[in-house]
Design a protein around this ligand. Sequence first.
Ligand code: AMP
Ligand code: MN
Length: 267
Amino acid sequence: MSDGTVSPAALVARAARRGVCTLALTDHDDTAGLAEAAAAAQEHGIRLINGVEISVTWQAHTIHVVGLGIDPDHPLLQDGLAATRSGRIDRAKRMALAFDGLGIHGTFDGAAALAGNPRMISRTHFARYLCDTGKVKNVKDAFRHWLGAGRPCNVEQEWARLSDAVSWINASGGVAVIAHPARYALDGPQLRALLAEFVDLGGAAIEVVAGSQQPGQHAVFARHARAFGLAASCGSDFHSPLESRDLGGLSPLPAACEPVWHRLGLD
Ligand code: AMP
Ligand code: MN
């Protein structure tokens, strides 16, 4: 429902076909796909965990915090997500101005058309538009040149506070997980500061295995998990068959990690 190219029902069907038995749907800042996913999960005999991925600003870095096992109807969570979504259109207009400044025009309309739902317009839609119009050869290159951290069209945006995101997730009965830790431009001391604060706030887990992460990095994050008493999660970060590593293809969690699903009461 945010920036994936596959509908929630088709995503669940794809996961089932690929041998996944437990799946979390974690749209950015939105839970609107969970009902459709739940119906599909029942049909395909797959266990669905209600999830969300909240955009957070922590010390000027954008960090993603996944909530697993949330109650999507919880009012505190819903109000927080609505507030987090509310800045996206204005941000997209500022991004389009930055592209105009580089002589690349029409990006707002192009990205909005791809988003379908303009309140969920994201950097991914800009990247796909640039790809479709031949400005770059793939989505990754669009992030590398323009949209990634520190690049010229990644305009500043104040997302939710870390403390708020964790409290919304916890209030709704979920567990909070630091998503794809390798993707942030944090050095060792900054990452440890983030994890220490996250634990203090009631955060529960970190993605030790992530689709956007090299297998060689898993051991590093497994050590961080153990050092901070965090459980370990695995996230495909699947957005599209053309752009992502596929569902069901992740490495197993390294031994000696506590699986995050234990914290959800699942084996
Ligand atoms: P936004 O919430 O608008 O900032 O966009 C976040 C989306 O950008 C997520 O779906 C990410 O998967 C995607 N993204 C961020 N960095 C990269 C990157 N370097 N390559 C590809 N996709 C990225
Ligand atoms: Mn993310």
